[in-house]
Design a protein around this ligand. Sequence first.
Ligand code: M6R
Length: 357
Amino acid sequence: GKSGYEHYMLKEIHEQPTALRQTLSGRVNEQAGTVELEDLDGLAGREPAGVQLVACGTSYHAALYGARMLREQGIPATATIASEYALERPPVADQLVVGVTQSGETADTLSALRTAAQRGAETVAVTNVVGSTAARECDHALYIRAGPEIGVAATKTFSSQLVTLRLLTEHLTNGTTDGIHDRLATLRALPGALQEVLDETQAPAVAEEYVGADGYFFIGRGYNYPVSLEGALKFKEITYEHAEGFPAGELKHGTLALVTNETPVIATVTGNDEAARKTVGNVKEVEARDAPVIAVTDGQTDVARYADHVLEIPDSHPTTAPILANTQLQLFAYHMANELGRAIDKPRNLAKSVTVE
Ligand code: M6R
């Protein structure tokens, strides 16, 4: 049942701290600075020439985040929308091909994995469902362990995918990259930090204020770029309102023409690195055009000065802050959809797993 929550989606958003503890359980050896993934025997420390991630929808956003993380740790990696990958069939020599699919049954992702396997690639399924088609067909199955997700909108499975891709990255580079102790300590702190976001969110009041706008733009850079894509997708899926997510740097290259005082801009700005500071610059540009600004931030830049509302998150590592920020975006979408009386757990025209190409 829904354990007292009005919708499965809200229940599953609140289950994220537990889901992440399960994802991490028994896999991290903080003292040694290593990650052990029982599901990936034979891959540890054997760096592939490259990693190709394939996925659809929300899982594609997780793949973008994972690919960035792999590249940052020195492994060439790409994220490709599965339906395009299956048509294009890129070269796979010495590549590890990773299908990110919570259900393990998405036809496009299965098709991409099959074309890669046929051409000799070693394949991994990153999935939530034991015994799913992807888990059975791939050489390796890496379970995200989020627990059952009933709502069509993916929430806790997305967070668990991000953490699992972090673990996969550490596993492939075991003990060989700087900063591992920091990263592992932040992962341990993540469930507690996420609980803090859930307990203190201002999302219901902020969402209520912006019902009925002309459109909603979600912007971010770096790791917050996939988070912005995900924020917009979730928002469209359950509110039926028009939204667009994109890298903040792209604003000036077209979309800025649509920005008015009727188009709230939701900017995710975490940390105080170059990506964060440049996003603040973009926030100033939309503020100058009278767009309402909602900043999702840990307060490390002065973005709040240019924002009408702030959705706060606690300080965190650059790779975990996006998970906390995304939780605020999930709640923002949820409360807006609830205001609008939408069928949140079963949005029109959509299915939990898409088994046709
Ligand atoms: O089961 P999968 O992870 O392969 O599903 C892929 C997409 O259909 C899925 O992530 C979809 O975009 C979400 N339900 C959106 O919330």
